[in-house]
Design a protein around this ligand. Structure first.
Ligand code: ATP
Ligand code: MG
Length: 719
């Protein structure tokens, strides 16, 4: 191994070094949690560029946008800023990029709109009623089930008919209608320039298969392809990787089959096992040293996964000693659990663990409600990840509808939405006007000429004027936002009379996000592809925050201290995951959660849960916990009165200190001289390029380019 100059490869172990320095040909890195897979990718990006590969020729596919931003930032620190020119992102975001450019080859214009799940449900509903599949006695599957079927068949590469027969046997009476509905759904989207998330992948693959010239161009453009978390890709994604690499086979994928947690969405961890068959001359690298967790945590997590029916062939060891065994703790109920967690968080803080190094993980977004309340009471700030998205609520969709129409006037979902806002216009009328307008060559012109009758006449005229103003304004996205709000504000206050102040906060957040965009299309794409979390933080101090996260959103991350809550039978594993594959996926989910921890791991289970009809039900400990060898953890009691099961909950000892975190001083331009590295909640990491008094500054973001930000809105953190 030659002594290194430049990127310091001495920080790698032998196996990592082999993976990083293999510049050409296929490489598969298969290894357990915390063994440095992601780090190996980061070093490889830097090493490739150092060895003459152009950054633009590297494609780095990750599970979230944030992950790729962070990896490229780290690569940049190893080498230089050129790493930020690498194309990094999720499969979906890269699909979007390529389809806007080359979609013409498969019949798509460049101005298609990406729709989210709620939009898709809206379409299915519309079609259900227009096809006459509603009616009381029909018992036709709900829009939710229909979309699960459609999406399931695509992601698992199964025919819809086969999927329904196999997995929804009780609905086969409706098979013909389901298939018909699916066909209408596809046509509807195509006719109106809409793509759902699955379409992005399907169409990327189609583009590569059906347009040989484009396949050639893309494959030559991306001479080196890397994929993190390969165990959570589906068959379409594996095909995309194969097709993109067909001229050079320079692909490196890294993954861990024991961390596969997206089978429910069609991911197939056998993609990892198939990789050597697809790329026969591939080099296989296994990593065995864990650099994340101390020995007691690693022993416990190894035990969790050794209990799996699938035998994962990895052995992990660590050199990080530690005498603190993971804690398993039974608590009376969720309130008790919340108090226990908050008490421990306070203890950890007092002994020096920063709040953002503490994460509380759970199976579903709503499992943290009690805890959020308790944190609020105690004055501890938190950031919640993987729950509701900011743009999912009705008022946000309302505002986005206007903006979406400006880039895609055929987007009839948005037309329908804004007609419904009009006074005295019901679903029937809204649909009628939409039908008359959305298919016109110039929908705005059609709106202006629309022969509106009595009650809707005035509303239509106002709306028409709004679009004239928007088109005339030549404004940036935030200028357009102001014009839209001039129109929408009174409607908003009327529609949401009881809680509009709360909703106003969301709109303010949207506004500050928009302030960073110069192009409307990229704003709209970003909110659809990677919508910001609806962070429930009260008043954003920019200070330290505990991380609350679904396990799915904590993939790949690590923290000094981790709490996994809600480990009760029926909740985790979920009651519907009876046996077999789903059961095993839940086990891997727990494995992913527990392997996030470096030093401290707490596993808690309530003995009583509230059922949906507000009854209390006694529940046991999760079978996954019960299976762990008792010697591997220490039991602690919650400190509450666990014997007094039926007595009203008593409070724990009162909090010793009021540990309200000190508010961080508000940043001023003095704190942010040119060259400062900053982090923005939405744009990621960037460098200050220019400051202008009193409070505006230009920041160059890796992925978003230069943004002019205002200090009062931008919520920047110095890195
Ligand atoms: P996961 O499966 O959870 O995604 P991973 O295999 O991607 O984990 P990384 O996140 O890359 O693992 O690495 C885990 C931790 O170990 C990181 O803090 C990383 O910096 C550290 N690490 C990895 N390899 C080394 C090494 N050779 N020397 C020192 N630290 C290392
Ligand atoms: Mg990783």
């Amino acid at each position: 191994r030659p002594a290194t100059v430049g990127v310091n490869l001495d920080d790698l172990n032998e196996a990592q070094y082999q993976a990083v320095t293999t510049i050409d040909g296929p490489v598969l890195v298969i290894a357990g949690a915390g063994s440095g897979k992601t780090r190996t990718l980061v070093y490889r990006v830097a090493h490739l560029i150092e060895n003459g590969v152009a950054p633009e020729s590297i494609l780095l596919l990750t599970f979230t946008r944030k992950a790729s931003q962070e990896m490229l930032w780290r690569a940049g620190r190893l080498l230089n800023e050129s790493c930020s020119r690498v194309t990094g992102g999720t499969f979906h975001s890269v699909a979007n990029l390529l389809l806007r450019r080359y979609g013409g080859h498969i019949g798509y214009g460049s101005s298609f709109t990406i729709i989210d799940r709620a939009d898709a449900e809206g379409i299915v509903n519309l079609l259900k009623s227009s096809l006459g599949f509603t009616g009381k006695n029909k018992q036709f599957p709900s829009k939710r089930v229909i979309l699960n079927m459609i999406s399931g068949s695509i992601n698992k590469s199964l025919k819809l008919e086969d999927l329904v027969t196999e997995q929804y046997a009780h609905l086969t009476d409706h098979l013909d209608d389901i298939v018909k509905l699916e066909q209408h759904y596809q046509t509807f989207k195509y006719d109106h320039g809409l793509m759902d998330y699955d379409d992005l992948l399907v169409n990327w693959k189609r583009l590569l298969e059906e347009a040989p010239d484009v396949r050639e161009t893309i494959s030559r453009r991306f001479s080196h392809i890397m994929v993190d978390e390969y165990q959570d890709t589906n068959l379409i994604q594996a095909d995309i990787v194969r097709l993109c690499a067909h001229t050079h086979n320079n692909v490196m994928v890294v993954g861990d089959d024991s961390q596969s947690i997206y089978a429910f969405r069609g991911a197939d961890f056998y993609n990892i096992m198939r990789f050597p068959k697809v790329f026969p001359d591939c080099r296989i690298v296994k990593l065995e040293e864990n650099y994340r967790s101390c020995q007691p945590i690693l022993s416990l997590t190894n035990d969790i996964i050794n209990n799996a029916t699938e035998k994962y062939t990895k052995t992990l060891f660590t050199r990080i000693a530690g005498d603190l065994k993971p804690r398993v703790c039974g608590v009376r109920d969720e309130r008790d659990e919340a108090r226990f967690v908050v008490r421990k968080i306070n203890e950890l803080r007092r002994s020096g663990t920063p709040l953002e190094e503490i994460a509380v993980l759970f199976r579903s977004g709503f499992h943290s409600y009690k805890l959020e309340m308790e944190l609020n009471t105690e004055g501890l700030d938190f950031e919640k990840r993987g729950g509701l998205k900011l743009t999912e609520s009705a008022h946000m969709k309302d505002v986005l509808a206007f903006l979406r129409l400006l880039v895609n006037p055929q987007d009839n979902l948005s037309w329908n939405r804004i007609f419904l806002q009009l006074d005295k216009v019901g679903p029937k009328t809204a649909q009628k006007i939409t039908a008359a307008i959305a298919t016109a060559a110039n929908p705005f012109e059609a709106l202006r000429k629309y022969p509106a009758g009595g009650s809707s006449k005035q509303g239509i005229a106002k709306l028409s004027q709004l679009f004239i103003d928007l088109h005339d304004s030549g404004q940036s996205p935030s200028g357009l936002y102001e014009i839209v709000m001039g129109y929408y504000e009174p409607i908003f206050q009327h529609l949401y009379a009881d809680d509009f102040p709360k909703r106003q906060k969301d709109l303010d957040q949207l506004k500050s996000i928009m302030a960073g965009y110069s192009e409307l299309q990229s704003f709209i794409d970003d909110t659809a592809l990677d919508p910001p979390d609806d962070s429930t933080v009260e008043g954003d101090s920019g200070g330290e925050k505990v991380i609350l996260s679904t396990i799915h959103s904590a993939k790949g991350l690590e923290f000094d201290a981790v709490f996994v809550i809600g480990l009760a039978d029926g909740r985790f594993p979920h009651g519907s995951a009876a046996q077999g594959e789903q059961w095993e996926e839940e086990r891997r989910l727990l494995y992913v959660a527990a392997t996030r921890a470096r030093q401290h791991l707490y596993l808690t289970y309530p003995r009583e849960l509230m059922t949906p009809d507000r009854q209390f039900r006694r529940v046991g400990m999760s079978p996954f916990l019960a299976e762990i060898s008792p010697g591997l953890y220490e039991r602690v009691e919650s400190g509450g009165d666990t014997s007094g099961y039926y007595r009203p909950a008593t409070r724990y000892e009162p909090p010793v200190l009021s540990n309200r975190p000190k508010r961080e001083k508000k940043l001023t331009l003095k704190d942010l001289p040119v060259g400062t590295k900053v982090q923005h909640p939405f744009f990621g990491i960037g460098t200050v390029k220019k400051t202008s008094a009193p409070s505006s500054l230009d920041v160059l973001f890796d992925r978003h380019g230069i943004k002019t930000l205002h200090l009062d809105y931008a919520k920047l953190k110095i890195m």
